[in-house]
Write a protein that binds this ligand. Structure first.
Ligand code: ATP
Ligand code: MG
Length: 342
């Protein structure tokens, strides 16, 4: 028995001239949650649909819990892949009550105790006792729980999520992403979770796979993706980033900006480099790089600054009480950064 929950090997997909998925490779351990994070149109949904068997790859191999479901020789239909799916649109049937909605996949397969199992799945998603309600009497969050219960009810080998929280308001989204993670871990089902929302990808997953241009640019735990992006493209997509030029490299892990030296990490051996800096590495100080506040945006718990310097624009967060006004002259120190090939 393999310990892989899902493996994609050399997956390609074209729609006409549009080469959307360009050699996708990823392996998930059993029970692992991986988020596919990438900009709109990068091929996330297409990748998920190929795993589900709703779209056919041009080439490549897909293996779910040790069973090959797609290769040159094999092409299992969706219902034979042991998958549960949750989409952005809840896709609940309005004319069926909640229990029937959840039990439907089991009834389709003529499972005897479908209703009892549906009730257990409803308990898992904290909708116990709501089996007789109809979807139009439920909130959006509750409807998405019904969809989640339906994905879980047949005890699949793999859960696929495609932007499942996009229709919910911000507060509910935060709650649900936590809940989905806890639930997936509790049932121990390998999960592939598609989103273009970086905080959501970080909150829900064990590892994040950043998809850019139809390939995985980097796959790593959230903290590593954030602190050590493999390239400038990944760094730009994950979190806020300031990019400074005119940097002198001083050895492997030091750099000089406008006459000030700092410790850095590095994604490149090149001498011609750009410096990527996160807001938390930018500090207002008395003696540092000269800058001018271009914009100060009050956001409640913090004020976001854009500070123009000769090396580029620096984004910084400061406490609202000490925020300088727009147009003031300031000095900034950098506490860290990462070097990239520009
Ligand atoms: N059935 C199809 N026929 C033709 N082109 C398609 C088809 N499905 C997807 N595409 C194209 O493939 C590309 C990737 O689409 P996909 O839906 O996978 O992106 P995505 O990463 O999920 O984006 P989003 O974040 O907006 O959901 C897009 O350019 C899209 O127009
Ligand atoms: Mg999509």
């Amino acid at each position: 028995m393999t310990d892989l929950g899902l493996e994609l090997t050399a997956i390609h997909k074209r729609f006409g001239d549009n080469h959307v998925v360009r050699g996708l490779e990823i392996a998930l351990a059993r029970g692992e949650i991986v988020a596919l994070l990438g900009p709109s149109g990068c091929g996330k949904t297409t990748a998920l649909r190929m795993v589900a068997g709703l779209e056919t790859p041009d080439s490549g191999t897909i293996t779910i819990a040790g069973q090959t479901v797609k290769s040159d020789a094999v092409d299992l239909p969706p219902e034979a892949r042991r998958i549960g799916m949750v989409f952005q649109s809840y896709a609940v049937w309005p004319h069926k009550d909640v229990r029937d909605n959840v039990a439907y996949p089991l009834k389709l397969a003529k499972v005897a105790d479908a209703n009892a199992r549906a009730d257990r799945a409803l308990e898992l998603v904290r909708l116990a006792g709501m089996g007789d309600r109809f979807p139009d009497t439920l909130s959006g969050g509750q409807q998405q729980r019904v969809a989640l219960a339906r994905a879980l009810v047949a005890e699949p080998s793999l859960l696929l999520f495609d932007e499942p929280l996009s229709n919910l308001d911000a507060k509910l989204r935060e709650e649900m992403r936590h809940e989905i993670r806890v639930l997936a871990k509790q049932v121990g089902i390998t999960s592939l979770y598609v989103t273009h929302d970086q905080p959501e990808a970080f909150a829900v997953s064990d590892r994040v796979a950043v998809v850019l241009g139809g390939v995985i640019a980097q796959v790593a735990p959230p903290s590593e993706i954030y602190a050590r992006p493999a390239s400038l493209a990944v760094a730009k997509f994950v979190g806020r980033l300031s990019i400074l030029s005119g940097i002198t490299r001083v050895g492997a892990s030091r750099a000089k900006v406008q006459g000030f030296e700092l410790d850095v990490t590095s994604a490149t051996d090149a001498t011609d480099v750009a410096l990527g800096v996160r807001p938390e590495d930018v500090r207002l100080t008395d003696a540092g790089i000269e800058g001018r506040v271009k914009r100060a945006t009050f956001l409640g718990e913090r004020t976001e600054l854009e500070i123009e310097t000769e090396a580029g624009v620096l984004r910084a967060d400061v406490a609202p009480g000490v925020a300088p006004d727009a147009e003031s002259s300031v000095r900034v120190a950098l506490d860290g950064g990462r070097l990239y090939a520009p």
